[in-house]
Write a protein that binds this ligand. Structure first.
Ligand code: ADP
Length: 460
């Protein structure tokens, strides 16, 4: 088995910032065995004891806040303020789960049972699945690991984490924090990190684990689902999006314009729930396009401290290909569109109008700082256009008529509909996609049950 090295590169400067040895994939069965042994103990505890142990992670997270923020900035490239808010979201999510999660793990009795002898008792237990494989991407490299790890661990599982090969150093930091639970529980192997690229991910999926919790691209999610068919692994898949924004004729542009620009350009568009398509009421179209371009210029988001680079040249090539395809097919370029000279995988914020659904920019996930804008005539047309995608992560509606927006929300086939703000996850609310944006939900306390098997105990 090849044991290589993963090189960490700063996408702003293209400099090498670290090297990490890859995990010897021949050793994966030992990782799984260690996890099973640790899980035997961890999973046998009452949930309150796990809560107590996990609460200690809060102070470790607070202590490491600045260091991890700088590391995310260096290895992933996002601006420091975005990295800091990523790091700060983790203790908020952890504290929320520790307070709200346990009630979904407690045994339940006296469920309403319509048939069978009245004197029989039925008890339902929520037991840990065992070993959870967590495979994560690079765009929010710290928070995505915890988003799956927290409910999985709270439910009594052990975890194996395979971070993205582009953010290995951040993945190791997350793993170090989580593996401090070994000390708390006097075990070894509650949270282990596997270092490597696609092959390491594939090898992990082939192991005897109980569930795969994957966050990343649709294509990889499909590959993982296919590889999980025969072992019949359970799956939680948080995949991509092509999220639409619908701007009605009465929208308050002082809210809609900055909101849509932020929703499209945060993390340089490298967010699964970035706004990637904008549909505007025809009578507002010209004014709206002009205001979006002004906002992009005013914010000067192209400045490197405001908007970071793309992760690697391959990501920039996808964005360039989508922009070139749109221009060839008749789209109008208002700003951006051309990569800057110099070091770093930067791409400027780009605004396109006169786009159509024949263009890649309106069909495929771009994952870059592009705002394509199209006019619609009727609300029914806008809904049809918004739903004309294999994805279904979030959608946003911009209007003063909230009641109307709630009606439209019923028609949109997405996991989240945001009204007068861009779609995003909100800790405490279910997060996940419909259609090809994924399977399962995270972020909400009841999601601990994604990592449990329910058992009915029938006493006669
Ligand atoms: P992105 O990070 O661009 O969303 P991917 O979806 O390909 O890209 O990668 C997400 C994670 O999945 C990474 O950790 C990557 O190494 C891993 N991965 C890639 N291909 C596979 C695969 N076939 N099986 C399991 N894991 C994979």
């Amino acid at each position: 088995m090849r044991t290589g090295v993963i090189t960490s590169i700063n996408p702003r400067s293209e400099e090498i910032i670290g090297e990490t040895s890859e995990t010897d994939l021949g050793e994966l069965p030992e990782f799984v065995q260690r996890a099973r042994k640790a899980q035997d103990r961890w999973g046998s505890w009452v949930v309150e004891k796990r809560v107590e142990a996990m609460r200690r992670l809060l102070s470790i997270l607070r202590r490491s806040e600045q260091r991890i923020t700088k590391l995310i900035h260096a290895e992933m490239g996002k601006p420091l303020h975005e990295a800091l808010s990523e790091v700060r979201s983790v203790p908020v999510e952890l504290a929320y789960y520790l307070s709200e999660g346990p009630k979904f793990l407690r045994e339940e009795e006296d469920a309403t049972v319509p048939a069978g002898p009245k004197t029989d008792r039925s008890i339902v237990r929520f037991e840990p699945l065992g070993v959870v494989a967590i495979i994560t991407p690079w765009n929010s490299p710290f928070a995505t690991i915890f988003r799956s790890a927290i409910p999985a661990l709270l439910a009594g599982n052990a975890i194996l984490i395979k971070p993205s090969e582009y953010t290995t150093l951040v993945g190791l930091e997350a793993g170090n924090i989580l593996s401090s639970l070994d000390r708390e529980s006097q075990t070894k192997g509650i949270a282990q990190v596997i270092i490597g690229g696609k092959d390491a991910g594939k090898a992990l999926v082939a192991e005897d684990v109980d569930i795969i919790c994957f966050t990343g691209s649709l294509r990889t999610g499909q590959n993982i689902a296919a590889a999980s068919a025969f072992p019949l692994h359970r799956l939680v898949l948080e995949l991509g999006g092509k999220d639409p924004a619908i701007v009605l004729a009465d929208a308050d542009l002082s809210i809609a314009v900055p909101g849509i620009v932020e929703g499209a350009l945060r993390n340089a568009g490298q967010v699964c729930c970035a706004i990637e398509r904008v549909y505007v009421a025809a009578k507002l179209y010209k004014k709206f396009v002009q205001k979006i371009v002004e906002e992009v210029r005013k914010r000067n988001v192209g400045r490197r401290e405001r908007m970071g680079p793309l992760i690697r040249p391959f990501q920039r090539s996808i964005v360039e290909e989508h922009v070139a395809d749109a221009l060839e097919r008749g789209a109008k370029l208002h700003c951006g569109g051309v990569r800057p000279k110099g070091k770093g995988y930067f791409f400027p914020p780009t605004v396109l109008s006169a786009v159509t659904h024949e263009m890649k920019i309106m069909r495929e996930e771009t994952f870059g700082p592009v705002i394509p804008i199209m006019a619609f005539r009727t609300i029914a047309d806008a809904i049809a256009l918004a739903n004309d995608t294999p994805y279904g992560l979030t959608a946003s509606i911009w209007t003063k008529k909230v009641r109307k927006a709630r009606e439209i929300a019923t028609e949109l086939r997405t996991g989240t509909v945001a009204i007068n703000r861009y779609g995003s996850l909100r800790i405490g609310c279910p997060w996940g996609g419909t259609k090809q944006s994924g399977i399962g939900r995270l972020c909400e306390a009841s999601c601990v049950r994604e990592f449990c098997t329910s058992k009915h105990i029938w006493i006669s």
